[in-house]
Structure formats: C-alpha cells, structure tokens
Design a protein around this ligand. Structure first.
Ligand code: CDV
Length: 308
C-alpha cells in the first residue's frame, strides 16, 4: 500500500481563441508548481484542452471536430507527457476524443510516472440534450457531440494504488463510485466543467451547486472508503461562468484540500492509501454486508416506475 502526494490542477477558463499550445503551456506551469510541492500524480479537469464547447449548438462537422483530438499524445500534447516523464509525475486529464472510426467520446487518460498511458475512461453519464433547446438559458449538448462511454468503469493498479476515473456528471451518481468500489478502488480521479448557474432553474445559485458537488464526492469517498480528487475548469469561459470548488476528499469523506479561486490553482494532499482499508473492512465490507438479492432494480430499470 503506497502513500504519495496527489495534486489537483484546477484550471481557469480556456477561451475559443486560445491555441492548444497556450493551454498546454498553462498546464505545464501547473505541473512545474506541482513538482516543486512534491506532487507525484496530478489531476487536470474534464476537456482540459478546449472550452466546454457543448454549450454551443453547431451543425458543421468540421467546426465540431476542431475541438477533438485524433491522437494522444499528439504534437500539441506531447510536451505534457515529456515533462511529466522528466519530473516522474503521473498525470490524468480530460479531452474530447475522436477515434480512427470517427466515434466521439468525452475521455480521460491516466499515465504512470514514466509517462506511459496506463488507463483510459470514456464518460458514461452524459447530461443535457442533443437538439437545440429553446427553453434553456444556454445549451448543454453533450448528448449531441459525444457517445456514452463504452469502456465501463475500469480500475488500474498504478504506482501501487488502485485507481479509477470518472468525468463530471458521473460524480453525481452513486453507481459510478460503487462500480469502482467493487473493484477495490483507492483513488477516484475526476475532472469537471460545471456551469455556475442552472440553465433550467435560475434560483439554483453557486452556493447550492458547490454544495451538491461536494456532497456527491464526499459521499462517494466515504461510502466506498476511497480518496476522491475532483478538479474543475472554472471561471468565465466564452462569456459563461463555470464554478470552481476543486477538492481532494479522504476515505472518511473529509475534504483535505480545497481550491479557493476560479483560476489556475494547484491543490495538494499527501494521501495515505492505507487509510482506505479500515472502511473497506468494516462498515463498507461489501462482501459481508451488501444484499445483492435486493438490488436487481438497479440494473434492470433505468427510470422510476411507480406501482402504488
Ligand atoms: N460537464 C458536465 O457534465 N456538467 C454537468 C452539468 C450539466 C450540471 C455536471 O454534472 O456538473
């Protein structure tokens, strides 16, 4: 069981006019700061290389594809891998992935400390809608631009720790953490882009949205006795505010590091993965306490069925 220093590299906004090179330069600056603080694994947000483009309705395929990476690493992202290798730092970040077959996913990757990609996750819970919605204050077209992930919720033993990934909206679903928890996960890494306001309910403000984000990640950590690192892309992007609130949560559900700004900001926590064992062997010893004979509905039924 390993103990090591985990960093969360919250990013401020990316603008549409920003080149990948400019954005990667900011990610490298955060990486250098992380190295100076002894970080051995750094987590960046969802869609770290671009704006959160699903807020815009687009019909032109070439315009959409400009937000996607066809190779990882590619020429613009290679410096991230090279510097991480030199610094012996594992990294995880999200990006829009276009496969050789032309499929589109909202993806995160994980490397080891030698800069090799050891894990890939494709976002499963895609929020929003697929056609232009006149009822919303702004669009959330993830269902238009991405397919649901096809890789399930895998884990990897990386640098001695059982690691898994999730992306943004996944963090609100207990199923995400439980699928990872059932594989013994000790570190869940997730990036997010969460608008500071609800496009369908103007009364829900920043305070409430930050609360729901933390509530979900703290519950996921506690109920599966795992560290959770949740990292935002924040600030006003393309004229639209994204909330910050990046946190690192320990296996007891307590926040051990928290970002204060909506800018590029590094948070750091020394994680003792031995701490995951207590919850996993006591109150959340799944093998002893789960009652799967009563859980069929969870996989057989998606929506609510009222029978009374
Ligand atoms: N990128 C996201 O998945 N954002 C959602 C928004 C729609 C609320 C989230 O769950 O944060």
């Amino acid at each position: 069981m390993a103990e090591f220093v985990v960093g969360g590299a919250q990013m401020g906004p990316n603008q549409k006019a920003d080149s990948r090179k400019m954005i990667v330069a900011r990610m490298l600056a955060l990486m250098e700061e992380a190295a100076g603080r002894g970080v051995e694994l750094v987590v960046y947000p969802e869609l770290a290389l671009t704006t959160f483009f699903p807020r815009w309705y687009m019909e032109n395929e070439a315009e959409v594809d400009a937000f996607f990476e066809t190779e990882m690493p590619g020429p613009e992202t290679a410096p991230l891998f090279e510097r991480a290798r030199e610094l012996r730092m594992a990294i995880s970040f999200g990006y829009a992935e276009k496969t050789p077959e032309g499929r589109h996913f909202n993806t995160s990757i994980l490397t080891d400390r030698a800069g090799n990609i050891v894990g890939k996750y494709r976002k499963i819970h895609l929020p929003g809608h697929s056609e232009y919605d006149t009822e919303r204050a702004f669009q959330h077209l993830e269902k238009r631009y991405f397919e649901p992930g096809d890789l399930g919720f895998p884990v990897w033993r990386n640098e001695g720790v059982i690691m898994g990934m999730a992306i943004c909206n996944d963090r609100r679903w207990p199923e995400t953490y439980r699928c990872l928890g059932l594989q013994g996960v000790e570190l869940v890494m997730l990036g997010y882009n969460t608008p500071s306001v609800n496009s369908q309910m103007s009364a829900e403000g920043l305070k409430e949205r930050l609360f729901h984000s933390e509530l979900s990640m703290q519950a996921g950590a506690y109920q599966n006795s795992t560290y959770v690192v949740g990292i935002a892309k924040a600030g006003v992007e393309d004229g639209h505010p994204l909330m910050g609130g990046s946190i690192i949560v320990d296996p007891d559900g307590f926040v051990v590091a928290r970002a204060e700004s909506e800018e590029d900001e590094l948070i750091v926590a020394s994680c003792d993965f031995a701490k995951c064992a207590f919850g996993k062997s006591t109150i959340f010893d799944f093998a002893r306490h789960r009652r799967i004979e009563h859980y069929q509905r969870i996989t057989e039924q998606a929506g609510v069925i009222v029978e009374v």
